[in-house]
Ligand binder design. Structure first.
Ligand code: ACO
Length: 510
């Protein structure tokens, strides 16, 4: 199924959608028309699901729902024409949703230009402006659709634009739709769900009595992507679930670390693993009653395939048990944390954003190599930028020298990987800047894995991009551990928790 989106704030959009559908159907295409605001028709704003989600600050959930409904509408179609969302008195909001949805479903946009009440010159100007506006939004634009006069069409063409009147032109399907390899957040999340579902794993969530965790667990089971173990007192968790209106599927296992029959065995294992570091039997038993230690031990023992925690605990509290006894994979000394940054049309890997405050050059090498492996595990062919405030030999100083040294060591350690450094962020992502600064680099201008020089830069960097661009930041994914244990930010939303559990399950498949 390919989707087309018709964008117009004017009243002729539905008619144009019908015209385009007829034209495509006459060529043997199966066409569906989707109207995003259909469920709000005739309802008060307070009863409209879309507006309720917007009011609750869940634009992400609204977009995910709309994308799902576009897919459902197009189940038996070759092409879905998505009409623009209309919301009385809220043009700006509707415009934002339309743009975001077009990106999300990777639609080809047909700028629709109405002719009623406009002179031919005004129609041509409107066409020009609309195309420029959509181009600035980074949308894929197809031909303009307009029920305009031949004279207006000639004026539009004189501006170098292509226009068709769906009523009397046979609209070539390949002109209005194009296939694309862009990885939108919607496509990326869908691919993650499919990967997780293909080989279902068991993930333990130690913070079983936290509202957001309970909601995420219910959502994950409803989607049937992973098996879930919640830690805590069963009666307390069930009462909390009832209180927040969540029904907990019978397949969700609830284990109480304080009374579980494995407690003594787990404590003994901890004692054996850590006695050389001063662990006593009493201390091990005490620690094992802690939910994070218990959950981490379930992963160590293979009772669970991965753990996600940290909605109420600091990063240090969450990951210290894993650092102490899950330990690193053979050949890797450093655990680091990356974010999968799902931008409008691509996915980047940012590391280390979570663990090592001031990495040595050897640790930066580990971060680069491990980040490349993580990228590959999620279907990204890595091109690694070792970030700095200098590109090539443009700047100097001990911080730049450290990145230069780390780059040389990383190239030596992993000669098959494409690595560039030191390199500035703009030279890493922009082909134009790359042409000037590093014209011969196979990475500059097309990097997709970014190694930050220290934790300050990495943590600030991912949050700045997330907040400024609206990217979905999935992570931090800890890399380098023998088995996956992942940390949540204490501000994690239900969607963040769901996504982190899914990527943890995928990590455990590898
Ligand atoms: N890789 C591998 N092993 C490690 C690492 C690492 N990066 N760091 C510590 N270890 C091991 C040590 O070797 C040690 O093992 P041992 O006890 O068997 O000898 C064990 O872990 C404990 O080491 P400590 O030096 O005592 O480390 P500590 O527990 O104090 O701290 C930690 C480790 C928690 C990772 C610390 O470096 C830290 O707090 N980092 C910053 C975390 C943070 O605040 N991140 C930002 C927020 S995250 C976000 O915004 C999403």
């Amino acid at each position: 199924m390919k989707s087309v989106m018709l964008m117009c704030c004017e009243s002729c959009a539905p008619k144009l959608a019908e015209g385009i559908a007829k034209s495509l159907e006459s060529q043997g295409k199966r066409v569906a028309i989707f109207v995003p605001h259909a469920d709000c028709a005739g309802k008060k704003p307070a009863d409209c699901e879309a507006l309720k989600l917007i009011a609750a600050g869940r634009k992400d959930a609204l977009l995910a729902k709309l994308a799902e409904r576009v897919e459902a509408a197009g189940k038996d179609a070759d092409i879905v024409i998505v009409q623009p969302m209309v919301a009385d008195g809220m043009m700006r909001m509707a415009y934002d949703i339309n743009i975001a949805l077009a990106h999300d479903i990777d639609a080809t946009v047909i700028p629709a230009v109405c002719a009623d009440g406009k002179t031919d010159a005004e129609v041509a100007d409107a066409a020009d402006l609309t195309v420029k506006l959509f181009a600035q939004e980074g949308l894929k634009i197809s031909v303009i659709a307009s029920p305009c006069s031949d004279a207006a069409a000639a004026l539009i063409r004189a501006k170098g634009l292509e226009v068709v009147n769906p009523k009397d032109a046979r609209l070539a399907a390949d002109k209005v739709v194009s296939s694309s390899t862009r990885v939108t957040p919607n496509k990326f999340l869908k691919s993650l769900y499919n990967m997780a579902r293909a080989n279902k794993r068991t993930i333990v969530l130690p913070e079983g009595n936290v509202d957001r965790i309970i909601k995420a667990a219910a959502e994950l089971r409803a989607q049937d992507v992973v098996n879930i173990v919640l830690l805590g007192d069963e009666a307390e968790i069930r009462a909390k679930a009832a209180e927040i209106g969540v029904s907990l599927d019978a397949s969700i296992k609830i284990v109480n670390p304080k009374t579980d029959s494995n407690l003594a065995d787990y404590a003994n294992t901890l004692f054996e693993l850590r006695k050389a570091k001063g662990m006593t039997e009493d201390k091990a038993l005490e620690l094992m009653k802690d939910k994070t230690f218990f959950g981490t031990m379930m992963v160590y023992k293979g009772v669970a395939d991965g753990m996600v925690s940290g909605a109420t605990t600091s990063t240090a509290e969450t990951i210290r048990p894993a650092l102490q006894f899950v330990k690193t994979k053979p050949g890797i000394k450093t655990v680091s944390g990356v974010f999968l940054m799902s931008l409008a049309d691509r996915v980047y890997v940012y590391g280390d954003c979570a663990v090592i405050p001031n990495p040595t050059t050897d640790q930066l090498v580990d971060v680069a190599v491990a980040s490349a492996a993580t990228a590959k595990a999620f279907g990204i062919d890595p091109r690694i930028a070792m970030l700095s405030y200098s590109t090539g030999n443009s700047g100097s100083g001990p911080d730049v020298d450290a990145v230069r040294e780390a780059t040389a060591k990383a190239k030596e350690a992993a000669p098959d990987l494409l690595i560039e450094g030191p390199i500035q962020y703009d030279a890493a992502v922009s082909p134009e800047v790359a042409k000037t600064k590093l014209p011969d680099s196979p990475v500059a201008g097309k990097a997709n894995v970014f190694v930050f020089p220290n934790l300050n830069a990495g943590n600030i960097g991912y949050k700045a991009v997330q907040r400024a661009s609206g990217a979905i930041a999935i992570g931090p994914l800890l890399q380098g551990l023998k088995k996956p244990v992942n940390d949540l930010s204490r501000g994690a939303t239900v969607a963040d928790i769901v996504n982190t559990v899914i990527v943890t399950a995928i990590q455990s498949q590898n």
